[in-house]
Design a protein around this ligand. Structure first.
Ligand code: NI
Length: 407
């Protein structure tokens, strides 16, 4: 594998430094599809509630790469078990796993025909700079990298490193999102986890002596979900965007010419679905420009929703008690002159910190290598984890509506 002429290092607030030694990784970082991720927020709507959560998918992707790099070189058993090609393949998979994300993450996926995983595959296997860089190294490299991201590489260790239960993706985003939101819940001891990972029967395990750092990681996930990822204000912003996209889609289907000023959205509004080139063109800068043009649109609903998005005039929310309450809200919204289809939405959030079902797939469990040499699933060994994953599923149903109706 060709090395860079000199070791490349980039400063990073989570990992200290990101180290790059292979030319193919450096070239992928500099490819246009990767650079586009600088213009996509890592956390869809969370910068509306945590004002410093402005970090990008680019920095998260570098962070995942760095954790993978450390795992394959610093975990002795992994370093021995994997070939040079496998190491580079899994590091590339970490770097490229989010390459297919559109603007505003999940809000946008509500109107996109294809999910981001599908675009990731298309970019790695299709007509892209990334594909050409990988192919130049080895004709099979694009398929191998896509297989790891799709959790179907024949060497299951590689799949577990990028997207198991204790994987580089989750470990980076928890630490990074905690740092950039200014919350402390996402912290856990990454160093200790890396130091205690072992391999037994092609499964990544953590030594029993490292169990406290794994418990911390599970609790970090739990708190980050409720405090950050499912925060009702972030959901309100994302819901507003989804309503705006829905209105655009409905108008476009009636009359395409009614949206001629926002061509960047057209491929996503048609039933056919957009290709990789259209996704590449639509970063958040382009999307925000489109939304700012809609502020002057002839359609009153579009105009108002665009203004709300840009001025952060978010919807109010209430916890759902029953359907009767939601119906009453809908009538009230309509009586106040709003179209209930675009001005009321419900959202159900639920999250378990860790659920060890699907016991056949090693990637869905966290395995502990006990002192007596046996391997057990985490909740069998940890009382804390046992307690949280056998607790009733925590559910939160909210309804969102314009605050004008309660004045
Ligand atoms: Ni990710």
């Amino acid at each position: 594998m060709k090395q860079t002429t000199e070791p490349k290092v980039m400063r990073d607030p989570i990992h200290g430094y990101i180290h790059v030694d292979e030319q193919v990784i450096w070239d992928c970082i500099n490819a246009k599809e990767m650079q586009r991720l600088r213009r996509i927020h890592q956390l869809g709507g969370d910068f509306q509630i945590y004002h410093t959560a402005e970090h990008s998918r680019f920095s998260h992707s570098l962070g995942v790469y760095e954790i993978v790099r450390r795992m394959v070189y610093e975990i002795y058993e992994l370093r021995e078990a994997l070939s040079e090609e496998e190491k580079v393949t899994v590091m590339l998979a970490g770097l490229l796993h989010d390459i297919g994300h559109g603007p505003f993450s999940h809000a946008f996926e509500a109107i996109s025909v294809y999910p981001h995983e599908e675009y990731t595959k298309k970019i790695i296997l299709g007509n892209s700079e990334i594909h050409r860089i990988l192919e130049d190294v080895d004709a099979h490299l694009p398929e191998a990298v896509a297989a790891v991201i799709g959790y179907c590489h024949p060497n299951d260790l590689l799949n577990q490193i990028v997207s198991g239960q204790l994987d580089a993706d989750r470990m980076d985003y928890l630490l990074r999102d905690a740092y950039f939101t200014g919350t402390s819940y996402g912290n856990f001891d990454l160093e200790r986890i890396i130091r205690t990972v072992r391999i037994v029967d092609q499964k990544l395990c953590v030594k029993e002596s490292g169990i406290h750092s794994v418990e911390d990681y599970i609790m970090a996930r739990y708190h980050m979900y409720w405090q950050v990822y499912l925060h009702p204000v972030a959901r309100s912003y994302e819901g507003l965007l989804a309503m705006l996209f829905q209105r655009m889609k409905d108008l476009y289907q009636e009359d395409q010419s009614s949206l001629k000023e926002v061509e960047m959205f057209h491929p996503f509004l048609s039933q056919r679905g957009a290709d990789e080139a259209a996704l590449f063109a639509l970063d958040e800068a382009a999307a925000f420009y489109g939304v700012s043009l809609l502020r002057e649109h002839a359609d009153g609903v579009l105009r108002d929703l665009a203004r709300r998005v840009l001025d952060r005039d978010l919807f109010e929310y209430a916890t759902v008690i029953d359907n009767f309450q939601v119906d009453k809200l809908r009538s009230r919204v309509q009586a106040c002159g709003f179209h209930p289809h675009y001005y009321v939405f419900c959202d159900k959030a639920s999250q378990t910190p860790y659920s060890p079902y699907q016991r056949d797939q090693s990637g869905h469990n966290i395995w502990i290598l006990c002192e007596d040499g046996t391997v057990k699933e985490l909740s069998e060994v940890s009382d804390i984890v046992h307690a949280v994953c056998h607790e009733k599923l925590k559910e939160d149903r909210k309804v969102y509506f314009p605050k004008e109706i309660i004045l």
